[in-house]
Design a protein around this ligand. Structure first.
Ligand SMILES: [Zn+2]
Ligand SMILES: [Zn+2]
Length: 225
């Protein structure tokens, strides 16, 4: 595996450390109107910079309704128990951390594969052809909203031989949060205990929020009809 195949992302993930810290502070303000925010406030994505913007409810509605500059991150989290990705497909992504997320960048009209690292989010090369193969088998991916929703693959337990891989459809701000956790808590070569506790908590919370979607149902019903 050569380091040259990865490139540091320039699309807004560089500010994640600050973001993760800021989210922990008690009093936060809407970045568009300065109103005080509750911890579970909405987020907008500023598409050109791929920047996450903390907002109040009123600004989230107002600005996401105005043209194409901002899109609102949705809330829904789905777990995809029938999702399939072969080990060979995963290996071809050359993701070193057994976690990655995928989203469509609508401005560039391409699928983007990224993985968290202690240095922030890194982009992995994903060919359109391999994504199309994956999407053709996993129809739930057609539901994914460009720019603001992502597929998150968690193969941490699988890589250690004690769990099946987990796949989630989730809001992109949750991916930002995951990247922020790893940047903030990763220590040394193996991460240290704190980061693994934080990751365990992140995935427990995600699982508790998630609704299961039978991704292959449409295909099976069609073929047996
Ligand atoms: Zn506001
Ligand atoms: Zn926020």
């Amino acid at each position: 595996m050569s380091a040259g195949q990865f490139s540091q992302s320039g699309d807004g993930f560089g500010i994640l450390r600050q973001f993760a810290r800021r989210e922990r502070r008690a009093m936060e303000r809407c970045e568009l109107c300065s109103l005080e925010l509750r911890p579970d406030h909405p987020h907008l994505i500023e598409l050109a910079q791929r920047r996450l913007v903390c907002t109040c409810e009123a600004c989230a509605i107002l600005f996401s309704g105005q043209g194409v500059k901002f899109k609102r991150a949705p809330r829904r989290v789905s777990v995809l128990p029938d999702f399939t990705l072969s080990d060979a497909e995963w290996d071809s992504l050359m993701v070193p951390i057994n976690m990655a997320f995928f989203f469509k960048n609508s401005l560039e009209n391409r699928m983007v594969a990224m993985y968290p690292s202690p240095a922030g989010a890194m982009e992995s090369l994903l060919s359109l052809e391999s994504w199309n193969d994956i999407a053709a088998r996993n129809l739930a991916l057609n539901e994914m909203e460009p720019d603001v929703e992502a597929l998150l693959a968690n193969r941490l337990g699988y890589s250690r031989g004690h769990a099946a891989p987990e796949y989630y459809l989730l809001p992109i701000d949750e991916c930002y949060k995951l990247v922020g956790l790893i940047r903030m808590y990763w220590k040394g070569l193996s991460g240290g205990t704190e980061v693994w506790q934080e990751l365990g908590q992140f995935f427990t919370d995600l699982k508790n929020r998630a609704i299961a979607i039978d991704g292959a149902a449409a295909v099976e019903k069609g073929s047996h009809a």
